[in-house]
Design a protein around this ligand. Structure first.
Ligand code: MV4
Length: 497
């Protein structure tokens, strides 16, 4: 029985989880750091406990303190959210040992999938395509040369102990190979405490397509179709969508089946994501994520399934409320991650006080956020303000709706990446669905487009900051209307749908 869940996370995802708890009639417990005394998630919870200083190693990463708090308040389960301890097998194991249900897969599955070489080996044996490459255990120059014999350059050296692109190093030729291995190993050792690396053929311009799966304790596994997450910068995703503009129904079904096969092979429980790279009509498994992901709402919008609610039901030992036959793809969803960062200063984080804040609304708009007007975004954590998610009957409607929502968004006091998102929503290649993981670098006009958008809006921005600083509410409403007048631009084409 679960009637109280401790949420070992903060911000919008903590609220997302607590919302699911409320709908299930379950009490939620927040744990918060010094910097989060005024945070919304701590107020939203049925109970909230202070767990330590602002730096996350002393609070959100403090396994002992979190487990102690869970036991003292009588929670039966712990939800880890994403980031922080969500993919730490030691935390899952510590929960298991303390008699707390870790809401996610078992510590064994987290550990297995956390080792990229082991995950690769496993999916290969069950017939899932992987990128041609080596196993781990690269020790010296000679053995490395041997391991890559017959493989064409460029090659990519990847750490075995952790994913997300950290420490990946390209080798363009034989002369660069050992340096790439040494560089990758050093980063791997420092960030993951494991210097083992493996080598793959480098895909020059792939798309990132991931399959959302759900597995329950009865061995049932379903897939909820794909999300395309190719628009990213330095391994930080910025825009995600579902369905992918590039997948055919046949390929979608095939990749879905492959993802289910992987999950079944490890008796996967809870929501998970199988990450694939897509290039020239082929797809390859790259890694599995064993957590609820930031971009899960995109899938919720097109399937109508509450993934977090299913996750909690699964943790309670209940069967999923859906079968594969119930899962339909309805329309199109887009997500823009709205970050407090300066788009004109290399997207540097820009925490601070939101002196004015009004999020968009209306048909087909969902905003997942943990902020409110006059809240101060602390400098200690990731500077995401919200996830702006829209639904449309097709991609074209979703893009028009996203533009409309972006123009409604009022954030005064901190710089945000909204101008960047506006520029992308009017970019011809984006509109045509021509995406790749190198989209941002290769679209050299984006920065200029963004500057133009910002220049166009400068008078209003100035007016808005004056208004919000003097708190003239009626004037703020007038400015909202005025901002929507700026809404203009190219129409997305249906050509590539
Ligand atoms: C690759 C690749 C090209 N070739 N592997 C980065 C995150 C990690 N999950 C896999 N990643 C990549 N693996 C081969 N053999 C290019 C990337 C990659 C990437 C992948 C997904 C999304 C964004 C990316 C940005 C740069 C590189």
């Amino acid at each position: 029985m679960i009637n109280k869940v401790l949420v070992a996370n903060r911000g919008e995802i903590a609220i997302r989880v607590m919302r699911a708890c409320r709908e299930l009639g379950i009490a939620s417990v927040a744990v918060y750091s010094e910097a989060d005394r005024d945070a919304l998630f701590a107020k939203y919870a049925t109970e909230a406990y202070f767990i330590g200083p602002s730096p996350s190693p002393e609070s959100y990463l403090n396994i002992k303190k979190i487990i102690e708090t869970a036991r003292e308040c009588g929670a039966q389960a712990v939800h880890p959210g994403y980031g922080f301890l969500s993919e730490n097998p030691n935390f899952a194991y510590a929960c298991e040992r303390a008699g707390l249900k870790f809401i996610g897969p078992s510590s064994k599955v987290i550990e297995l999938m956390g080792n990229k070489v082991e995950a690769r080996k496993l999916v290969k044996t069950i017939g899932v395509p992987i990128i041609p490459g080596t196993e781990g255990g690269i020790v010296d120059r000679e053995q490395a040369q041997k391991a890559v014999q017959g493989m064409a350059y460029p090659l990519l050296v990847k750490p075995s102990g952790g994913g997300g692109g950290i420490g990946m190093t390209i080798a363009n030729n034989e002369n660069e190979l050992w340096d790439a291995i040494t560089a990758s190993r050093a980063i791997a050792l420092k960030t993951f405490g494991n210097g083992d690396v493996y080598i793959e053929k480098y895909l020059v311009n792939p798309r990132h397509i991931e399959i959302q799966i759900l597995g329950d304790s009865f061995g049932e596994v379903v897939h909820l179709n794909e999300r395309e997450c190719s628009i990213q910068r330095r391994h930080q995703k910025l825009i995600e969508e579902s369905p992918s503009p590039v997948l055919t129904p046949a390929l979608r079904a095939e990749m879905g089946e492959m993802a289910v096969k992987i999950a079944k092979a490890v008796q996967y429980q809870g929501p998970g994501t199988m990450e694939f790279l897509y290039s020239d009509g082929r797809y390859y498994f790259v890694e599995a994520n064993t957590r609820i992901q930031v971009e899960h709402p995109v899938t919720e919008m097109v399937t109508g399934i509450d993934i977090v609610k299913e996750q909690i039901r699964i943790a309670m030992g209940l069967p999923m409320s859906i079968t594969q036959a119930d899962i339909k793809l309805n329309g199109h969803a887009l997500e823009c991650r709205i970050n407090a960062e300066d788009p004109l200063n290399n997207f540097a984080p820009c925490p601070g006080k939101l002196s004015g804040y009004r999020s968009p609304g209306g048909i087909g708009v969902r905003v997942d956020s943990g902020v409110y007007t006059r809240y101060t975004i602390p400098p200690f954590y990731d500077p995401m303000i919200s996830k702006l998610v829209v639904w449309g009957r097709d991609r074209e409607e979703a893009i028009m709706r996203m533009r409309r929502a972006l123009y409604e968004y009022i954030i005064v006091g901190v710089k945000t990446n909204i101008p960047f998102h506006k520029a992308v929503m009017e970019n011809p290649r984006f509109m045509a669905g021509d995406l790749s993981t190198h989209f941002i670098e290769s679209e050299t006009t984006l920065l200029e487009d963004m500057k133009q958008i910002m220049a166009r809006e400068l008078p209003l921005e100035t007016k808005l900051s004056q208004i919000f600083e003097t708190r003239k509410k009626a004037a703020a409403m007038a400015a909202v209307t005025a901002i929507t007048q700026l809404h203009s631009g190219r129409q997305p084409s249906k050509a590539n749908e």
